[in-house]
Write a protein of this length. Structure first.
Length: 248
């Protein structure tokens, strides 16, 4: 058995037009998987690529249908699509709250549901990886909706692992810490002399993560090497959440 090979597998990676999702898609491809990509906007792609806003009610099921049309033997799902829309707590509106929950939490649930329905019709089996965040374990200022959604994904991962084990489907997660992506870059660079330096001291490995730092863990969780692992979440944060003080 090639324990870490994904040859013969096909994976849909949501939110894979950039950042962590793109790095995971490339990592799975390097391990031999066939890839179906997804993003918010159309763009050129060498692999099947579908654009849609997963916050829309019918979008998750529609994306799964298109992904199975492109790859009828699709057996791997990476739920990575998500974003940050928070405003300060006292200014948060119902619309802003709903926008976060619809994309980060509800879309993931219904993507998994549609994927599992297809897998069960094919006899079961498969692997799901849900991308949450260290914000699912530790709170951040002015981030109530985002933190809540990511905490929900942590428990969703565990609950789905219980529900889907009888179908032979493993469900695991990764929880990235501070990773340099287009989403984090917008606030990171203007404050490079204060917040960024603070994080670099707090992170035990001394640097902000790169998207590719998340790819290996995701590929491992999808591979035969993780065949006896389900309901687990791998934190990928360079040690950020390990210590209270960090490096002085």
């Amino acid at each position: 058995m090639k324990a870490f090979s994904l040859e013969g597998h096909a994976a849909l990676v949501t939110g894979s037009s950039q950042g962590i999702g793109q790095a995971i898609a490339r990592g799975l491809a390097e391990c031999g998987a066939r890839i179906v990509c997804h993003g918010l906007h159309d763009q050129p792609s060498e692999v099947p690529y579908f654009a849609c806003d997963l916050a829309l009610p019918e979008a998750p099921a529609d994306l799964i249908e298109k992904a199975f049309t492109a790859e009828p033997a699709l057996d791997t799902l990476i739920c990575n699509a998500g974003s940050f829309f928070d405003t300060p707590f006292l200014e948060m509106t119902g619309q802003e709250w709903g926008r976060t929950m619809n994309l980060n939490l509800s879309a993931t649930f219904f993507l998994v549901q549609a994927f599992v329905r297809r897998r069960v019709s094919l006899g079961g089996g498969g692997s799901i990886v849900i991308v949450s965040s260290t914000n699912g374990f530790q709170a951040e200022a002015d981030s109530v909706a985002y933190d809540t959604s990511k905490g929900g994904l942590v428990m969703m991962t565990k609950s789905l692992a219980v529900s889907l084990a009888p179908h032979g489907i493993r469900v695991n997660g990764i929880a990235p810490g501070l990773i340099r992506t287009p989403l984090t870059q917008t606030w990171m660079e203007p404050r490079a002399n204060d917040v960024l330096k603070h994080y670099e001291k707090k992170i035990l490995l001394g640097r902000v993560g790169q998207p590719q730092d998340c790819a290996g863990a995701a590929a491992f969780l999808c591979s035969p090497a993780a065949g006896y692992i389900t309901g687990e979440i791998i934190v990928i944060d360079g040690g950020l959440t390990t210590t209270q003080i960090g490096r002085l």
